[in-house]
Design a protein around this ligand. Sequence first.
Ligand SMILES: Nc1ncnc2c1ncn2[C@@H]1O[C@H](COP(=O)(O)OP(=O)(O)OP(=O)(O)O)[C@@H](O)[C@H]1O
Ligand SMILES: [Mg+2]
Length: 245
Amino acid sequence: MPGLIEFRNATYRIGERTILDKLTLSVAAEETLVLLGRSGSGKTTALRLVNGMILPTGGELLVDGKATANSDLIALRRSIGYVIQESGLFPHFTVEQNVGLVPQLESWAPERIAARVREMLQKVSLPPDEFAQRFPRQLSGGQRQRVGVARALAADPKVLLFDEPFGALDPVTRLDLQREFLRLRAELGKTSVFVTHDVREAIKLGTRIALLDAGQLRFIGAPAEFLACREPEARAFLEVFEDAQ
Ligand SMILES: Nc1ncnc2c1ncn2[C@@H]1O[C@H](COP(=O)(O)OP(=O)(O)OP(=O)(O)O)[C@@H](O)[C@H]1O
Ligand SMILES: [Mg+2]
């Protein structure tokens, strides 16, 4: 069965530089594929290909069987929830307005938006009566990331993309949000691509791990297989992991 997201020899070049080189991988429904790699390995570029912010310069990227190059890109982006580091919330919108953004763009009725916003805030453990009317600057970093997750989930997207969403948080808050992610995944069964350069986070959250190195896929497999992988770039990451044990 084809995956919900398919990279088929997907290549992305800027001028003479190859940022992603013939990437082929498939993300199955309800899977969390973690993209692991050092800074500059092409992780964010891969996410941007999925939501059609950029189009492959070679090969194809399919979402739900349809090549992004032939898709309505606005509709595609609204069907995908995107969570980034520092949450990417609009500073002049309240929490409620931020979470309701895509439903608003999709012209949902106001009562339906309000109900959905409350539901989503509860899901990410932010009581709406306390948080809905605040502005992002009135939240802690961890709370902002929760709002970012609520916003990504609000329009019930098929696919969620996470770009180092917990990278800037203290370790305790980070663990909290990782647990929340696993709980929400069990509850909602969403398909996600999750970018991190933290090998422990990759092992904890990934149903599979894809290791990128200088735009190339070096490994893809379950966390247990990754732990046994002999590939040099995988070993480099695993040494960090073993060092921390
Ligand atoms: N618009 C652009 N113009 C030129 N080079 C770019 C552009 N976007 C990305 N790159 C280059 O492509 C490479 C991959 O970038 P990308 O942002 O995908 O890396 P990353 O794996 O997400 O890194 P990080 O962990 O630091 O976020 C980098 O070397 C980057 O400098
Ligand atoms: Mg990046």
